[in-house]
Design a protein around this ligand. Structure first.
Ligand code: NAG
Ligand code: NAG
Ligand code: NAG
Ligand code: NAG
Ligand code: NAG
Ligand code: NAG
Ligand code: NAG
Ligand code: NAG
Ligand code: NAG
Ligand code: NAG
Ligand code: NAG
Ligand code: NAG
Length: 460
């Protein structure tokens, strides 16, 4: 067993001095016990000291093997972003991690970064587990006191999120488990997954705004660009995709989720094909047992006009939607609200490409099944508070709150082998369920199961 004194000898003095919280310089920042198996992250106790430094220290000590422990009930102030590479390590989050409250300060860090993109917590490694706690009074990231709300409220009228927001965290890991994750009021994008063989279990993300508060733009729950991933058992309230599968996503299973709003955009694939020269792929994706309440979309596939690549083998099974504006939605003419560079100005549903984007290719979409959907369509108050353009970015001309399915494929072969089975989603008015469908050609889709039409949903 290593003693504190021995640890002090092992620690570079300069490092200690630089990172020491005021008035606590003699206290070791890292305690190692169990033969070097446990590294405890020390806290300075307030945001006037940067606990990111203690984390970096602990991560250095426990980079290979062991436990990295955040103490029960303790608040940690991560004033600066952290990168850590940890192999064969379990991060045990028993305390709370806070990001800084000062917006300008955080924006300064994002602006000063290469590429203007910061993941505040950036973890890399093999067999790197992250384990939170089931105790609801502790183990939160990052905004127990609701700092994210300030960012949403600071968004100006007709803005789609203020500039220079950081992502919360990235796990670029292999053979790893993330368990018991609790996030409240993130600034924006929550979790990016890269790597391979990742098991995510028991997640709670609350990015819902306070009544009359600003819209929580870009508060994606999971952006998945990893392979062999399982995300199971989650509750996400947010203002964007709860889970979306991005380029490189393969063999991803997403099960047993509740997604709520207001402002949520459900489960998604993409967007893909934004960079026109880059071939992008998403394959073998399975969503099952998903409840969607008050979202703009239940499931959405979004690809850019003139993109390249393929989305293949996707299933959306057993969805229970309520008060959802467009339960099943697909566009091959996606555009990003507020992004002039890629703005088409109009999607397929809006009648074409008015934005001048070169229209010479599509990301192909093959083998997509929607089965066992029940619920109701938001007939009377469609959409959400994210609309800052006119027409609104999610507008579908002529839609009247009765469309369960909106599919806009760019030509007769771009979408193939689609199947719809047992879609029982009805308008809140009990009018006939409608569909808005372009180019789900019978020849390319022999087992379609419905009639691709602009009108009443007819199952075949
Ligand atoms: C994290 O790593 C990236 C890439 O190496 C680097 O640009 C960035 O400065 C690092 N951030 C920190 C806080 O060390
Ligand atoms: C994350 O950390 C890894 C390893 O330290 C580094 O290579 C990578 O560039 C970092 N990424 C970001 C976005 O900082
Ligand atoms: C990570 O969790 C898995 C599953 O519980 C376990 O098999 C593995 O040993 C854990 N790894 C570490 C480093 O704790
Ligand atoms: C530190 O916390 C105080 C309140 O506890 C807050 O006013 C201040 O903005 C915080 N500073 C940073 C950098 O987050
Ligand atoms: C917030 O951060 C900015 C930039 O670092 C700084 O100029 C300002 O004084 C800080 N505000 C507070 C209240 O600490
Ligand atoms: C993830 O880590 C792998 C291996 O370290 C690296 O090759 C890859 O570029 C990283 N991906 C991202 C998105 O940082
Ligand atoms: C994904 O699953 C398929 C089918 O089971 C398998 O052939 C493929 O190797 C898997 N991909 C990866 C990256 O493991
Ligand atoms: C399609 O995806 C499912 C679930 O992700 C997987 O089980 C199946 O093997 C995939 N099919 C092919 C042909 O790869
Ligand atoms: C549906 O959601 C809208 C907000 O988009 C809300 O105004 C309305 O009350 C909700 N209706 C029901 C039946 O929950
Ligand atoms: C449809 O779009 C795909 C992808 O861009 C293209 O390869 C194909 O030739 C187009 N088919 C028709 C009939 O225009
Ligand atoms: C359906 O889609 C077409 C464009 O593909 C559009 O012109 C039409 O107005 C849409 N609306 C309805 C309600 O069908
Ligand atoms: C739906 O309407 C649009 C525009 O009016 C048209 O392009 C499309 O072919 C129609 N779809 C069907 C299946 O008739």
């Amino acid at each position: 067993m290593l003693t504190g004194a021995l640890l002090t000898l092992l620690c570079p003095i300069a490092t200690l001095a630089a990172y020491a919280p005021h008035g606590r310089s003699s206290e070791p920042l890292v305690n190692r016990a169990d033969g070097g198996q446990t590294c405890t992250v020390q806290s300075g106790g307030s945001n006037s000291t940067d606990d990111s430094a203690s984390f970096r220290d602990a991560a250095k000590q426990c980079a290979n093997g062991g436990q990295l422990v955040f103490k029960q009930g303790v608040d940690y102030y991560f004033n600066t972003p952290v990168n850590a590479t940890l192999n064969n390590v379990n991060i045990q989050l028993n305390g709370n991690i806070h990001l800084p409250q000062n917006i300008t300060y955080v924006q300064g860090i994002v602006n000063g970064s290469t590429g203007g993109n910061v993941w505040w917590i950036n973890l890399t490694g093999d067999n790197l587990n992250f384990t939170g706690t089931n105790n609801l009074s502790t183990g939160w990231v990052h905004d127990v006191e609701g700092y994210g709300q300030q960012w949403w409220d600071a968004n100006p009228k007709n803005g789609s999120g203020i500039a220079s927001r950081p992502h919360l965290w990235r796990f670029n890991v292999t053979n790893s488990y993330l368990k018991n994750i609790k996030i409240r009021k993130p600034i924006a994008w929550v979790t990016t997954l890269n790597g391979k063989n990742i098991d995510v279990e028991n997640v709670f993300i609350d990015a819902s705004t306070t009544p009359n508060g600003g819209f929580p733009f870009n508060t994606d729950g999971f952006d998945v660009a990893a392979k062999n991933v399982r995300i199971n058992d989650f509750t996400i309230f947010n203002g964007d995709d709860a889970v979306t599968i991005n380029n490189g996503g393969e063999n991803v299973t997403v099960t047993n989720g509740f997604i709520g709003g207001p402002g949520c955009h459900g489960t998604s694939i993409g967007s893909l094909g934004q960079a026109q020269g880059v071939y992008q792929t998403v394959r073998n994706i399975w969503f099952e047992n998903i409840k969607v309440h008050g979202c703009v979309y239940g499931s959405r596939i979004k690809t850019y006009l003139g993109g390249q690549g393929i989305v293949q083998n996707v299933t959306f099974a057993n969805y229970d939607v309520s008060n959802t504006t467009f339960p099943i939605y697909l566009t091959q003419n996606y555009f990003n609200q507020g992004s002039a560079q890629t703005q088409n100005g109009a999607g397929v549903q809006e009648g074409g490409n008015f934005g001048g984007r070169v229209d010479n290719s599509s990301v192909l979409i093959d083998d997509v099944t929607y089965k066992d959907w029940i619920g109701d369509i938001n007939t009377y108050h469609p959409g959400d508070g994210s609309c800052v353009t006119d027409p609104c970015w999610y507008n579908v001309p002529g839609a009247d709150g009765t469309q369960a399915i909106v599919i806009g494929c760019s030509n007769s072969t771009a979408c193939s082998n689609f199947e719809f089975q047992n879609i029982q989603v009805i308008p809140q008015s009990y009018a006939d369920t409608k569909i808005n469908c372009t180019n789900l050609d019978q020849g390319s889709n022999p087992n379609l199961g419905i009639v691709c039409t602009n009108g009443t949903l007819i199952s075949t």
